[in-house]
Design a protein around this ligand. Structure first.
Ligand code: HEM
Ligand SMILES: *[C@@H]1O[C@H](CO)[C@@H](O)[C@H](O)[C@H]1NC(C)=O
Ligand SMILES: *[C@@H]1O[C@H](CO)[C@@H](O)[C@H](O)[C@H]1NC(C)=O
Ligand SMILES: *[C@@H]1O[C@H](CO)[C@@H](O)[C@H](O)[C@H]1NC(C)=O
Ligand SMILES: *[C@@H]1O[C@H](CO)[C@@H](O)[C@H](O)[C@H]1NC(C)=O
Ligand SMILES: *[C@@H]1O[C@H](CO)[C@@H](O)[C@H](O)[C@H]1NC(C)=O
Ligand SMILES: *[C@@H]1O[C@H](CO)[C@@H](O)[C@H](O)[C@H]1NC(C)=O
Ligand SMILES: *[C@@H]1O[C@H](CO)[C@@H](O)[C@H](O)[C@H]1NC(C)=O
Length: 513
């Protein structure tokens, strides 16, 4: 039998894929997948189908083919690499960005159907020094982005200096980040190598962080053991009305996307910034063995509970949800895995009828970060929304760490959350949540204390050493006035940066020319 010549074969393949996907993107389409690169845990609100999103976006006038894929997707990645780089040859970088990288950038639309997903999704975002390196001097109207994270890490985020920061984040040399997501690390590494070859030495690596979903039944759970990614807002123009889950906030697109409805500076942004979003990145180390020991040592003393159950209850009250994700506002004393697995019920609560701490402490992480119905109506804070799109990083706790109750100092055993938050206004979004709520000892009542999971006392920002005791009230359901002193930081900031994730058309018409 005579075989097809390689070139005939290639032409058949090329024409097949070109016709199947011509409406998405013409050139250099890669082989397609048969399984989704995204996770779909039943606890989280589902993504819209491509058809649902097409109809939702057409009524809101959003172009989902122009919006980078990560922004509206949330915590649904299996493996995700963050590759932080500095641009060393701007002319080459810009040329390659337009000629070869742009066609690798994955849009929102592409992620919504397996048939249009690439093997590895690629997104790119730039810091303010990165935009300058590309010769972009337009004012994006976000002073927090403009100044960079190093400049407000102490004053706004209460980091105890930069002593624990990854060296590459100390300074302003991170110009951008590639986000590469797939179902295997091999795929991610192959795409990274491809990008580095294309860019031909025009960037240098500053830092990389490999994120991966935790294994087995811990998939979707962060390293303290709690299911994550339940409560992200639905976005008008993306989430179809029928898919909004009870209790889920619905926000106008401009809270996430520059230049869209209800963006605070909708009409003042440079035109090319439309449909971009600010990406806050924080590498947050989690000291899981220390957290677990703290729970054991301060297990709540309840009449009908073992000390292990008392420790679980304390953990649930620190987060505001059980490890399963069931909200303690709905099931305050005992976990409810059936409720947890039902995304029609597991986010359906607010605190307007829970004015004391019998069910949920005022200091609980989810109440600090989203005080649903506290202080007034449920829509009291229309601008204080972020979409969380991070992923855990690092290995499971080892037996040796478990036995010693302490995190190893071996850098290869560091674990935590590669925290990503999107919003159109960093001051109103991430910074507001961190500074005005999480770290504010008087939010939302005097004497509440900081968020016990991630908070650092902002009153002393810059002067507190790491592990300065943090006083938190309300954790004991039997005695709301009792306080617990937490003498250890469960979460250690390893630094980060503020980025802008531009639209595909901005890359094509402005950033690459
Ligand atoms: C290592 C650090 C962190 C851990 C382990 C963590 C863990 C969690 C968990 C388990 C949930 C509940 C799941 C859910 O509702 O989706 C949650 C919710 C949330 N977190 Fe965090 N988080 C961390 C950092 C942050 C930071 C830095 C912020 C922002 C400043 C933040 C903001 C939020 C918000 C807004 C929610 C949703 C609250 C709601 O709407 O009910 N988190 N987090
Ligand atoms: C939507 O964005 C894509 C990608 O930039 C672009 O090719 C297309 O023309 C845009 N569609 C409209 C209607 O503007
Ligand atoms: C890569 O850079 C080298 C040296 O700067 C240059 O000679 C070569 O042509 C470039 N290759 C491509 C594919 O652009
Ligand atoms: C969006 O902006 C309009 C006009 O400024 C305002 O009336 C409306 O309340 C805003 N919507 C939300 C959800 O903030
Ligand atoms: C302990 O008692 C409370 C109240 O009587 C009950 O709601 C809860 O389920 C019990 N907890 C356990 C672990 O049995
Ligand atoms: C907390 O509020 C609930 C419902 O409003 C009430 O039944 C309970 O007695 C209150 N607990 C305390 C300690 O005030
Ligand atoms: C670890 O902490 C637990 C709970 O406090 C304690 O029982 C155990 O003895 C500790 N182990 C070591 C090696 O300190
Ligand atoms: C509640 O805690 C406060 C502060 O620790 C303490 O003074 C008070 O005696 C406690 N009340 C009860 C009933 O245990």
């Amino acid at each position: 039998m005579k075989l097809f010549s390689a070139s005939v074969f290639a032409a058949i393949i090329a024409s097949h894929y070109a016709s199947a996907t011509a409406h998405i993107r013409a050139p250099n389409v890669k082989p397609r997948r048969t399984n989704s690169l995204l996770t779909a845990p039943p606890q989280q609100p589902p993504l819209p189908s491509a058809q649902q999103a097409a109809s939702a976006s057409s009524s809101a006038g959003l172009n989902l083919t122009d919006i980078q894929g990560d922004i509206l997707i949330g915590m649904k990645k299996n493996k995700e690499l963050f590759f932080f780089f500095s641009i060393t040859d701007a002319a080459t970088f810009k040329a390659k960005l337009g000629s070869d990288i742009l066609e690798l950038i994955t849009s929102t639309n592409q992620l919504l159907a397996v048939a249009t997903q690439p093997i590895t999704a690629v997104n790119v975002a730039f810091s303010s020094t990165g935009l300058k390196a590309l010769g972009i001097t337009d004012d994006l109207k976000d002073p927090v982005f403009e100044a960079g994270m190093l400049s407000n890490a102490v004053s706004d985020l209460s980091d105890p200096g930069t002593g624990n920061w990854v060296p590459g984040f100390v300074g302003t040399s991170v110009h951008g980040v590639f986000l590469l997501a797939s179902d295997t690390i091999d795929n991610v590494n192959t795409e990274l190598a491809n990008i580095q070859t294309i860019l031909n030495g025009s960037i240098t690596e500053i830092h990389r962080l490999q994120g991966e979903a935790r294994p087995g039944d811990q998939q979707g759970h962060e390293h303290f053991g709690f299911m994550d990614g339940i409560s992200n807002p639905a976005v008008d123009g993306f989430t179809p009305p029928a898919e909004i889950r009870p209790g889920q906030a619905l926000i106008p697109p401009g809270i996430m996307l520059l230049g869209e409805a209800n963006d605070t500076f909708q009409n003042d942004r440079p035109p090319w910034a439309k449909d971009g979003s600010f990406l806050v990145f924080r590498q947050m180390q989690q000291r899981a063995p220390e957290f677990n020991k703290f729970l054991q040592d301060h297990a709540l003393n309840m009449p009908n509970m073992t000390s292990e159950q008392g420790a679980d209850l304390l953990g649930a009250r620190i987060v505001g949800r059980w490890k399963s994700d069931a909200p303690i506002d709905l099931t305050p004393l005992v976990d409810d895995p059936v409720l947890a697995a039902d995304n029609q019920r597991n986010n359906n609560f607010d605190f307007s009828d829970a004015t004391n701490q019998t069910r949920c402490p005022f200091s609980a992480h989810i109440r600090k970060a989203n005080p649903r119905g506290d202080l007034g109506g449920i829509n009291k804070f229309p601008n204080q929304h972020i979409i969380r799109a991070g992923i855990p990083y690092g290995p499971e706790v080892t037996d040796a760490e478990k036995a010693s109750n302490s995190s190893s100092t071996d850098p290869s055993l560091e674990r935590g959350l590669a925290f990503v938050a999107y919003q159109s206004n960093i001051q109103n979004g991430f910074v507001f949540l961190q500074k005005n709520w999480v770290d504010n000892t008087n939010f939302f009542r005097p004497g509440t204390g900081v968020d016990p999971l991630i908070g650092t006392n902002s009153r002393n920002s810059g002067t507190d050493a790491p592990n300065t005791p943090r006083v938190v009230s309300g954790l004991d359901p039997n005695n709301a006035t009792s306080t617990i002193e937490i003498g250890i930081d469960f979460v250690v900031s390893r630094g980060g940066e503020y980025f802008f994730s531009p639209s595909l058309s901005a890359i094509r018409t402005v950033l690459s020319v």
